[in-house]
Design a protein around this ligand. Structure first.
Ligand SMILES: [Fe+2]
Ligand SMILES: [Fe+2]
Length: 249
């Protein structure tokens, strides 16, 4: 397969546009790149020693959303891929790539009948939407709809968590579910902190309470009395507990 030519073609088709008005330029090109990397990483962890389909997984990931934004984008994407990739691979390779693209969004109960490579792709595709990317999309969407920070806070706190169970059930492998759970924990942490800071609060405020402050000052003074030499450039701030190099405004 001519991977380099296919990568260039993927960029030509998707690199300069967005699948939806509120999303970033080239979103489906960069999503395809990430899904390819993630699919290979999952493959190494779930099917170690079987690199036989790595190029197929890579090419399928690059082009799987080439028709995203259109109805039946998976089916239409497989048709488009068949049309544009023909010069760069054999008929057999093209069939394998289009098999993945054509069903990549089918997460119904029949998934167990799909090949392990289809299911690896599906999990990589799905997982890419969570974690930090979930947060990016949340704010891009909110801004495009003219929503307030209160609306966003409400979505993160009350709306988004309702989707977790369904999203998790759509994954094929136990490892993918574990990765999803870690991403969910990260989003929960972000949401809790966002709720505090977007209401003018101080995150982890007890750290800066009078007692904690006094204890830090006492410890610092005791260390100085005992003759401990410190490099002033790396000394911790008794108030914030962070390096004095951090500066600030
Ligand atoms: Fe898709
Ligand atoms: Fe996708």
């Amino acid at each position: 397969m001519d991977m380099q030519a296919m990568k260039i073609l993927a960029f030509e088709l998707m690199g300069g546009k967005s699948s939806h008005a509120f999303k970033d330029r080239g979103n489906k090109y960069y999503h395809g790149e990430r899904v390819a990397a993630l699919a290979l990483r999952l493959r190494e962890l779930i099917l170690p020693g079987d690199g036989s389909q790595d190029e197929i997984l890579t090419a399928a990931a690059w082009f799987h959303d080439v028709m995203n934004g259109h109805e039946k984008h998976a089916e239409k994407g497989a048709e488009k891929a068949r049309e544009v990739l023909m010069p760069y691979c054999t008929a057999q390779e093209l069939d394998a790539i289009c098999e993945i693209i054509g069903v990549h969004d089918d997460r119904s109960s029949g998934r167990v009948n799909f090949s392990p490579y289809v299911r690896l792709h599906q999990d990589a595709d799905h997982l890419d939407h969570f974690g930090t990317y979930d947060i990016l999309m949340c704010f891009l969407y909110a801004a495009s709809r003219g929503e307030s920070i209160i609306d966003t806070r409400d979505w993160l706190q009350n709306g988004r968590p309702r989707e977790n169970e369904r999203y998790r059930a759509e994954l094929n492998f136990e490892l993918s579910r574990k990765i999803f759970d870690e991403k969910t924990a990260f989003l929960n942490y972000f949401t809790e902190r966002f709720c505090v800071e977007s209401a003018g609060g101080i995150w982890d405020e007890e750290r800066f309470s009078r007692a904690a402050f006094a204890a830090t000052v006492h410890t610092t003074a005791a260390a100085q009395r005992s003759g401990t030499r410190r490099n002033s450039a790396t000394e911790e701030s008794p108030v914030l507990g962070v390096s004095s190099r951090g500066g600030g405004s």
